[in-house]
Design a protein around this ligand. Structure first.
Ligand SMILES: Cc1cc2nc3c(=O)[nH]c(=O)nc-3n(C[C@H](O)[C@H](O)[C@H](O)COP(=O)(O)O)c2cc1C
Length: 174
């Protein structure tokens, strides 16, 4: 099983979730983590599963303007993604994908999603538009207003990855 994890992260929260997903996927085969600014259409070639996630900005996926207008966060430097392309840009370059299994995730503020929005909904829509086979509902992991992942969110990411991979492997066995 080859898993590719494509992530966008300015402050490290989505990257931290992506790292946990990678840890789980590593137990089931090869894993590659690809930052959004380095992702190419070929990044998903040969993948059995693509997990793709980014931060929620202004209720949805980030835009160039929302990345560039983000300030530094205390002593946390901005990731290189702030200046570079984000997931929207990657989806614009990727062509039609022939049924590669995939699932979307995001990080966002804790609270009712009607107030916060969720980047994973836009990612999910783009996955389906490009012909990926979505194998799990879009998933959010939440941060507090100090921009830190809430306790237990990394464990939730672990469980989510386990459930996505196990259901994929069970389907493959039938
Ligand atoms: C410009 C900007 C806009 C944001 N807008 C939202 C929002 O509309 N809803 C939300 O839940 N979180 C919002 N957030 C919070 C981020 O989604 C959250 O801090 C996320 O975990 C950041 O991920 P990262 O560390 O991977 O960059 C925003 C953050 C920034 C910098």
């Amino acid at each position: 099983m080859r898993t590719v994890i494509i992530y966008e992260s300015l402050y490290g929260n989505t990257r931290r979730v992506a790292e946990e997903l990678a840890r789980v996927a590593h137990g089931h085969g090869d894993v590659e983590m690809v930052a959004a600014e380095e992702a190419t259409p070929e990044s998903v070639d040969g993948a059995d599963l693509v997990l793709i996630g980014g931060p929620t900005h202004v209720h949805g996926m980030s835009w160039k303007a929302t990345r560039q207008n983000s300030g530094s966060d205390g002593d946390r430097p901005l990731g290189a993604d702030a200046a570079g392309p984000g997931l929207r840009d990657w989806f614009q370059r990727v062509g039609r994908v022939d049924g590669i299994s995939a699932a979307a995730f995001d990080t966002r503020f804790d609270g009712p999603e009607v107030l916060t929005g969720r980047a994973s909904l836009g990612i999910s829509r783009r996955l389906r538009h490009h012909g990926f086979a979505e194998v799990a509902a879009p998933k959010s992991f939440v941060v507090d207003h100090d921009n830190s992942l809430l306790d237990g969110e990394v464990a939730r990411a672990h469980q989510w990855a386990e459930s996505v991979l196990e259901s994929l492997l069970a389907d493959a066995a039938h």
